[in-house]
Design a protein around this ligand. Structure first.
Ligand SMILES: [Zn+2]
Length: 266
């Protein structure tokens, strides 16, 4: 029997079939919870918020399902993360602060940084500690810390209003700026997925790194793919009882045993 995949789910959600929404609840509510607990730890237990986010996504025309690059599960999860954060930010006051860090300042200060070092810094803007970043990138935490300390020094020397922790504090603004800074030359998600999966030639890897040296959009995209890769490794599907309240919130028909579990039943 064929395995039901994320792609099947996207097709079913586009066609507004309950099978797609059921799979989304069972498999991706845990991912949405991870996103919330990382970016908004004070709201991680907020059922109402999660219901609101789910309802916003419960739309066959939601951008999430029209995403042309949503060809793989990790790409879908990067888009899901954006949708969750957008839903939270829609209801909270817009954070803007004068004199905050911007991409131009980062570009000028971190000119000598490699593509990898830029990701160390960018993952700080995504609220990942040096230890968490080291785990995401399969490296030593001290390597991450050294690069972050250098970045702090370089930024401090260029800014009038520097303070420790500014990168993490300005993270969501930087994230929005980077997401909007896409260019014609930007790399497809496939390039990042192939890098993570070790399916990239040395020459192509060099080309990608060369582009990332001048593009925060692609640094951000790669970091979000890394985040999705990690989230999918740690998230566990919901049990039937856990999924029930979310299914009710979406008005899905009752289901004794989710059909994708039936497929795997012995
Ligand atoms: Zn780019």
């Amino acid at each position: 029997m064929a395995i039901y995949t994320c792609l099947d789910m996207i097709a079913d959600c586009r066609a507004n079939r309950p099978a797609g929404w059921s799979y989304l609840v069972g498999n991706y509510v845990p991912v949405m919870r991870l996103v919330l607990s990382h970016y908004y730890p004070d709201r991680k237990a907020d059922r109402e918020l999660l219901d609101q986010v789910l309802k916003a996504l419960h739309d066959p025309l939601a951008a999430l399902f029209a995403h042309p690059g949503a060809g793989t599960e990790r790409e879908f999860v990067t888009a899901l993360r954006q949708a969750v954060l957008a839903a939270v930010e829609k209801e909270s006051a817009n954070q803007t602060s004068a004199g905050a860090l911007d991409l131009e300042t980062m570009t000028a200060a971190l000119e000598e940084f490699t593509a990898t070092e830029r990701q160390f810094v960018w993952l700080e803007s995504m609220a990942y500690t040096a230890e968490q970043t080291a785990a995401l990138m399969n490296l030593e935490a001290s390597t991450v810390e050294n690069a972050r300390n250098r970045a702090e020094e370089l930024l401090r020397s260029r800014m009038d209003h520097w303070k420790r922790g500014l990168i993490a504090e300005t993270g969501r603004i930087l994230g929005r700026l980077a997401a909007a800074a896409r260019t014609e030359e930007c790399l497809p998600a496939r390039a990042f997925l192939d890098t993570l999966d070790g399916r990239i030639t040395w020459i192509r890897k060099k080309d990608c790194e060369f582009h990332m040296m001048s593009c925060w959009h692609c640094i951000d995209h790669f970091c979000r793919i890394r985040e999705a890769d990690h989230a999918l490794r740690v998230a566990r599907p919901l049990g039937e009882d856990e999924a029930m309240p979310y299914r009710l919130a979406l008005g899905l028909p009752e289901e004794k045993q989710p059909f994708w579990k039936k497929m795997f039943a012995p």
